[in-house]
Design a protein around this ligand. Structure first.
Ligand SMILES: [Zn+2]
Length: 225
């Protein structure tokens, strides 16, 4: 009997190690108004649940279905820091600006959820071994945020922007268009970016150079300027 219980515990442990990602939330700004706003309006428990749902969502949208498709990240840590800006991610550590949380006008819980989804994409996405354009990296992060219905109202509308790899909302809207041409396009692009990057990936997946796709996209929305 004891032997069976032990076996089960070993199984549980192994299961946890291969399927579970742990999350931690550390509020390092509790002595500031922004840190207090994070504690009172968002809270560590909600943040942890959001980090977990972000991971599940990203794995689904980017089709990272098997552990072998994914980076071997066991734990993601969120820090709420007294700093400028909005947030940044370094490997498996996400840093959120307490000042941004404290000064945000509007639904701060929704906004922070969107920011966490964006940052969590950086944890999981491939970057072409450092060779992918920064604007594409940011565009994929915002594409996932868009698909999660966490796009803020101030984002550009579809068809707006100057170039395809401008980044953030502009590139996210363009990738959304590309994704309508071929379902799962962004997931496949991300998979190709595991070991390197080339603009030719667009030709490979969609049959057209990325500059042509950008012109088609602008034309579709009557914005050929
Ligand atoms: Zn980013």
């Amino acid at each position: 009997m004891i032997k069976h219980v032990l076996c089960f515990l070993v199984f549980l442990h192994a299961f946890h190690r291969t399927h579970g990602v742990e999350y931690s939330v550390t509020n390092k700004a509790l002595s500031t108004p922004g840190g207090v706003a994070f504690r009172d309006k968002i809270g560590a428990d909600y943040a942890k649940r959001t980090l977990d749902s972000a991971t599940q969502f990203i794995w689904r949208v980017l089709q990272l279905n098997n552990p072998g498709d994914r980076k071997s990240v066991q734990k993601v840590s969120l820090f709420v820091d007294d700093m400028d800006g909005v947030a940044y991610t370094s490997n498996d550590q996400i840093h959120l600006s307490a000042r941004y949380v404290g000064n945000y006008q509007g639904d701060v819980k929704r906004e922070v959820s969107g920011v966490l989804y964006h940052e969590m994409v950086h944890v999981w996405q491939w970057n072409g071994n450092g060779g992918a354009p920064g604007g594409l990296i940011e565009g994929i992060a915002d594409f996932v945020r868009l698909k999660a219905n966490y796009a803020p109202s101030h984002w550009v509308k579809a068809g707006q922007g100057q170039k395809w790899d401008q980044g953030y909302d502009v590139t996210a809207r363009f990738l959304d268009y590309c994704n309508t041409l071929k379902g799962g396009f962004v997931a496949q692009l991300n998979k190709l970016m595991r070991n390197g990057y080339s603009d030719q990936y667009f030709v490979q997946l969609l049959g057209k150079p990325v500059d042509q796709l950008w012109r088609d996209y602008k034309a579709k929305y009557g914005n050929t300027a």
